[in-house]
Ligand binder design. Structure first.
Ligand code: ADP
Length: 206
């Protein structure tokens, strides 16, 4: 279904454009380009996921300064932040055995969502207590209704595809949870509709 829909749109637009005036052809090409980009993003994400899932037994973990890893991502995000948003981070010194590329992906996915949905503020925290590393990403945005909270971690699930400006694939949080699980951890959300959301990832420090 996820690939059939954009494919059907592309074929229909091609059919239409072949018999249309130039202005309409341009409009059709724009639709085709948008759908093509979407399929391309989805293909990339699915490849990343299957590589991840395939490699799960020989997950190459390294002792990592998680504080630095998260800080660098926050600093980069800060540079690109839309003007109406502020981003803060409160990070304790934490090291853990992680697959670095996957961890980077996890943090970026959560942060991208927060930027997409926040109203004005985003907060990232990192702590370590009793052998458990906890990362949280909070925003003060639209929030998520209780009936959607469980399902947003499912593959391809989107609360409202239009909300993400047609850019989402519904794979971001699925990937976050898979990465947490491959590290023996969990990914959860707490949210009050209209007030915001907090995503929490917990992984063992060892
Ligand atoms: P997508 O690529 O569509 O963003 P995700 O798996 O990252 O897919 O997210 C799934 C859905 O969860 C999104 O469509 C969105 O509706 C909801 N969502 C994710 N993050 C947030 C957030 N911070 N605030 C509100 N809704 C969110």
């Amino acid at each position: 279904h996820e690939l059939r829909t954009p494919t059907a749109v592309i074929l229909a637009e091609c059919q239409y454009a072949l018999g249309a005036e130039q202005a309409e052809q341009t409009a059709a090409l724009e639709v085709i380009q948008r759908q093509g980009k979407r399929m391309s993003r989805m293909t990339e994400e699915m490849l990343t996921l299957s590589r991840m899932e395939r490699g799960q037994t020989q997950l190459a973990r390294e002792g990592t300064d998680l504080t630095e890893l998260v800080e660098v991502i926050c600093e980069d995000q800060q540079e690109l932040l839309p003007e109406h948003l502020t981003l803060r981070w409160e990070l304790e010194p934490v090291t853990a055995e992680v697959h670095q590329d996957m961890m980077i992906r996890l943090v970026i996915n959560l942060l991208n969502n927060a930027v997409r949905y926040a109203k004005s503020e985003i907060l990232v925290t990192l702590t370590c207590q009793h052998g458990t590393v906890t990362l949280t990403v909070s925003d003060d945005g639209v929030g998520i209704e209780p009936e959607h909270q469980k399902r947003i971690f499912q593959r391809f699930y989107q609360v409202d595809a239009a909300r993400s400006g047609g850019e989402g694939t519904g794979l971001g949080l699925y990937m976050v949870r898979q990465i947490a699980r491959l590290h023996g951890g969990t990914a959860e959300v707490e949210s009050v509709p209209g007030q915001g959301s907090t995503f929490t990832v917990r992984i063992p420090a060892e």
